[in-house]
Write a protein that binds this ligand. Structure first.
Ligand SMILES: NC(=O)c1ccc[n+]([C@@H]2O[C@H](COP(=O)([O-])OP(=O)(O)OC[C@H]3O[C@@H](n4cnc5c(N)ncnc54)[C@H](O)[C@@H]3O)[C@@H](O)[C@H]2O)c1
Ligand SMILES: [Zn+2]
Length: 367
């Protein structure tokens, strides 16, 4: 791993009229969260929501910074892991907010991965009909994906992200140095979403990734700052043009995800990390595109090589039962009346929505 060092900060603007905000990406900038929050209009109170792991690592730095900015600071810690995205935990947090007297002068600061961001954002969206929140994503997945775009929510038993809202943060603060402590598997899984942005929107970015695998695996702060900034820009463009999933553009972010969701459902959640299933899913989608003569075998091979070099799985085990997958895809919440919709690449840097694919071709793409 690269040694943490300070690199200059860069800013990505998310333009959503009165809901616009900036994403600040730098290193060693976690101690500036107090300044950032105190700089918002009419704030006196910060409620830091984090999980047990992240609190141990970065909770104190954030708390200190918020306190030195003369804010009243309260901390709420949830158990690490997906199971905290539940109605039970959300209720706990609402009650705690009430007893702390949280009001319009309070700001929730979500410090953690996608679980904390989705949960704390959902609580912010709903408590008192909505209070402000700031995101400090600490996993690679959260920096490039879940903290951008305003989707917040919790799970119901057997139904992921079933209850939620669109609720944009006031600001996002990303400190690339926190990625140094991320377990290798989480880091690599996050890279699958990074590769996805290259395939769906930006060939030049994809080539930069191909040419700098060493810096990526080393978690080089400067290179990763630029990678994260580019991903945020690309996602911001999509969100700006389809904030609430009404124009169809936002669907391109789902590249690889129709297959991914089927893999997650059929392997039992937990076998693959989400990003790992995305990696396999993107290659399935690209092979499907090949079988429809929409993309060349060379372009699939480029994706396969890059994902493999980034330590991601690229195939399901040979003995894995493929048949139930197609049914699982039809049940996906993105499917319309049992018709599966695929986002398929036509080259690196461009994808299209395709919805008239024969089941047999979809099934063949798993191999
Ligand atoms: N809202 C969206 O648009 C969106 C998009 C994609 C995913 N998601 C959601 O994101 C969630 C997954 O997020 P995730 O992958 O970040 O998982 P996570 O939040 O569970 O974090 C993974 C693990 O890493 C730990 N961790 C976090 N930061 C760390 C750090 N810097 N160093 C060491 N350990 C650290 C956490 O405690 C946890 O154990 C899912 O619930 C998914 O639904 C939401
Ligand atoms: Zn994803």
């Amino acid at each position: 791993m690269g040694s943490p060092l300070t690199v200059e900060s860069t800013t990505v603007h998310v333009g959503l009229a009165e809901r616009s905000y900036d994403i600040h990406i730098g290193s060693d900038n976690l101690p500036t969260v107090g300044e950032l929050v105190a700089g918002l209009e009419d704030v006196t109170h910060a409620i830091l929501i984090t999980d047990s792991n992240v609190r141990e690592l970065y909770g104190e730095t954030a708390r200190k910074s918020l306190s030195s900015a003369n804010l009243q600071v309260d901390i709420m810690t949830v158990p690490a892991g997906e199971s905290s995205k539940s109605t039970g935990i959300a209720e706990e947090l609402w009650k705690q907010l009430l007893s702390l007297g949280a009001d319009r002068k309070s700001v929730i600061v979500a410090l953690g991965g996608g679980v904390v961001g989705d949960l704390a954002g959902f609580v912010a969206a709903t408590y008192g009909r909505g209070i402000r929140f700031v995101q400090i994503p600490t996993t690679l997945l959260a920096t490039v994906d879940s903290s951008v775009g305003g989707k917040v929510g919790i799970n119901l038993p057997g139904a992921k992200n079933m209850v939620g809202a669109f609720w944009q943060p006031q600001s996002v603060l990303i400190d690339v140095n926190v990625l140094q402590s991320l377990p290798a598997r989480d880091y690599h899984a996050g890279l699958a979403e990074v590769v996805k942005y290259g395939v769906i929107q930006d060939e030049g970015f994809f080539s930069r990734l191909e040419n700098n695998v060493g810096l990526i695996l080393d978690r080089d702060p400067e290179f990763m700052r630029d990678v994260i900034a580019r991903c945020c820009e690309l996602k911001a463009y999509v969100v700006e043009n389809d904030e609430r999933e009404t124009t169809g553009l936002r669907a391109i972010l789902n590249y690889g995800h129709t297959f991914c969701h089927a893999i997650e459902a059929c392997t039992g959640y937990g076998t693959y990390m989400h990003g790992e299933a995305v990696a396999i899913g993107m290659l399935c989608a690209s092979r499907l595109a090949e079988s429809l003569n929409r993309i060349t075998a060379e372009d699939t091979a480029r994706q396969r090589d890059l994902l493999e070099q980034l330590n991601l799985p690229i195939d399901l085990p040979a003995d894995f039962e493929r048949e139930p997958m197609v049914e699982a895809m039809k049940k996906d919440k993105k499917a319309e009346h049992g018709k599966i919709r695929f986002i398929l690449p036509s080259r690196i840097g461009h994808v299209e929505l395709v919805d008239d694919v024969a089941d047999a071709l979809a099934l063949a793409a798993f191999n």
